[in-house]
Design a protein around this ligand. Structure first.
Ligand code: F6R
Length: 611
């Protein structure tokens, strides 16, 4: 959720820390802070509520410099957003820690440490770590060794970094449940919760694994695994274009990411399609053998990724004839699940670090699933590392909190999965795979055509700017698309939006419809269109304003209170991917009209690594 940056160098690292925090700001942003070991031999700290720019201003007003330091952006979990709850937390004057995650036994530790005379200055769970370490240092004076001892008492999730004024030759770090990466420089080394924070200083990284402890010095990195053995972690060169964290010509990351969709969908398809079929090996070397055994699919995900899973259920059952269940991870992980024999467990996640999705995967391993597959956008994420098979969505870094290009690349990947499973199991109808492979190849062009409707949608968005409630309707695989449209609108414009399968309208929500409640509908030209049209009549008869995204062949026209936006024609199976685009643009333009913080909507964080 939050962001960590650390550095040990021969130069002043304050600006490196602040720049790193800015790059991580999209993950959590209620407060920020840093601590630096100064030339005077003391730890100096600055903390501020709000954005990193507030911290930057505080540092400019009261400069501090040093060659060793740690920094943090916080998204409150324990204790309100405030300066005294912001990280780094100190024990005495000489020891500082920053932490991502949650320490579950913090209350018990707090009581013990209070009993030992420690005085707490925050309500955070993090502060127990620094006092615990301080206490451990009394019997184990080496900082690295003391950290190895202290973390054994922590229950929960952490990625943490520590510096000490008494041992300023190093930065020490521990990972359990929250990612950490070491950035390798020349005569200087760095640490962060995401390599994006360090791309300004290096492109060589070493990813810590679960349970690792690291000692990072200017000229040496040492790592010990969970069992306490010294280990080497591979140094990896990162290739993503440096422009990924840049808005370029766009006003917001979200708009840039919406417009990147033809390119990233193309990239997600590359190397995965044969002339008329999907390349099953794209899912991993054992995929063909495993897929042949699959009789059921269980999909688990959160938020937007869950909506992608819901679309996939229609595809898997309709096209590949494979029974499929879909569930939100926070429910799945806590209920008793009955697993059908030969069920493939599929997790979907942009970040690959979502706490509920990861926990669901870990539970699934105990439940007798055939195998686990991660559909994920981050190749070095925990979800990928812990799954048997992976298909990466190659959307590139997604900075806008509201997920856009991650969703469409997830859908494309799930269509590849549907076709691969159907192919191996021989359950696809004749010609279905060849036809859909052909349509997938043309999809980037269709997406470009939908994006060209940008100005029309911007105009339509004016209808929503003064509204408080909206309904989104769809049928079949377009129902989850309507859900995703509603989620986007509420996330970034703060307008209450709900999605319903259109057939449910008269079972309740129709009571809400009046002139003040626009109804957005996705209406491709399929066998459900006529039914959908009668649902829309029901809305019009109650004075509801309709905005309908309809296939150009659907023979629907504008009229009093009905705004029809003609969509490029596309094969029905791929329509959910195409119809997502105008809904993303609609939310974006409504949010711009309302003047909200589009890329960092209130109360939300990009990667939900805590429960
Ligand atoms: C919505 C959004 C969230 C995420 C959800 C899961 O725009 O971004 O609903 O989809 O938090 O995140 P991932 O996909 O990273 O597991």
């Amino acid at each position: 959720m939050c962001g960590i940056v650390g550095a040990v160098a021969e130069r002043n690292i304050t600006t490196i820390l602040i720049e790193g925090l800015k790059r991580l700001e999209y993950r959590g942003y209620d407060s920020a802070g840093l601590a630096v070991y100064s030339a005077q031999g003391a730890l100096e700290r600055r903390r501020r509520i709000g954005k990193v720019s507030e911290l930057e201003a505080a540092v400019a007003a009261q400069p501090l410099s040093g060659k060793l330091g740690i920094a943090h952006t916080r998204w409150a979990t324990h204790g309100a957003p405030s300066e005294h709850n912001a990280h780094p937390h100190f024990s005495g004057h000489d020891l500082a820690v920053v932490h991502n995650g949650i320490i579950e036994n913090h209350e018990e530790l707090r009581e013990q440490l209070k009993g030992l005379g420690y005085v707490f200055s925050s309500e955070t769970d993090t502060e127990v770590i620094v006092h615990l370490l301080h206490h451990t240092l009394k019997t184990q004076p080496d900082l690295t060794e003391a950290l190895k001892v202290a973390v054994k008492q922590l229950h929960g999730a952490y990625g943490l970094a520590v510096i000490s004024a008494k041992q300023p030759d190093r930065l020490v770090a521990a990972r359990s449940g929250s990612p950490l990466v070491i950035g390798l420089g020349h005569g200087e080394n760095f640490l962060a919760s995401d390599q994006l924070a360090l791309r300004q200083v290096t492109d060589r990284f070493m990813y810590l694994e679960e349970g690792d402890i690291a000692e990072i010095r200017r000229d040496k990195v040492s790592i010990w695994n969970q069992a306490g053995q010294a280990v080497q972690r591979e140094a990896v060169q990162y290739h993503e274009g440096a422009e990924a964290a840049d808005k370029g010509e766009y006003r917001h990351f979200m708009l840039k990411e919406i417009h990147e969709q033809p390119t990233v969908v193309q990239r997600t398809l590359e190397g995965r399609l044969g002339s008329d079929h999907v390349l099953v090996q794209a899912f991993g070397p054992q995929a063909a053998e495993l897929f042949a055994k699959v009789r059921n699919v269980q999909i688990v995900a959160c938020g937007t990724s869950y909506h992608a899973g819901m679309v996939a259920r229609y595809w898997l059952e309709e096209l590949a004839g494979i029974p499929c269940q879909v569930e939100v991870a926070s429910e799945f992980r806590y209920r008793k699940v009955v697993v059908q024999p030969d069920t493939l467990f599929v997790s979907i996640s942009q970040s690959g670090e979502t706490a509920d999705t990861l926990a669901a995967l870990r539970n699934a391993k105990e439940l007798g699933f055939l195998a686990s597959l991660a559909i994920c956008n981050v190749g070095i994420s925990s979800l990928v590392r812990e799954s048997d098979l992976t298909l990466l969505t190659l959307a590139g870094p997604e900075i806008g909190v509201a997920s856009t290009k991650a969703f469409t690349t997830q859908l494309v990947s799930l269509m590849l999965l549907t076709l691969a499973l159907g192919q191996v199991r021989g359950t696809l109808g004749a010609g279905v795979e060849a036809d859909l492979v052909e349509q997938l190849r043309r999809l980037p062009v269709r997406l470009g055509e939908a994006l060209a409707m940008d100005a029309t949608i911007e105009k339509i968005s004016e209808l929503f700017a003064d509204k408080h409630h909206t309904l989104f309707l769809g049928r079949g695989a377009q129902f989850p698309v309507a859900m995703e449209g509603a989620l986007k609108l509420k996330e970034i414009s703060y307008i209450h939006a709900e999605a319903y399968p259109a057939g449910e309208l008269k079972h309740g929500p129709l009571a809400l419809v009046d002139n003040d409640m626009p109804v957005v509908t996705v209406a491709p030209n399929n066998e459900l269109l006529e039914k959908l049209k009668s649902n829309l009549q029901e809305v019009r008869a109650r004075g509801g304003q309709l905005v309908v995204f309809a296939d150009e062949q659907a023979r629907m026209s504008n009229g009093e209170g009905t705004h029809v936006i003609a969509m490029p024609h596309i094969a029905d199976a791929l329509a959910p991917i195409l119809y997502t685009i105008p809904l993303q643009l609609l939310s974006y333009y409504v949010a711009v009209l309302k003047g909200t913080d589009v890329d960092q909507p209130r109360n939300l964080a990009k990667s939900v690594t805590v429960e």
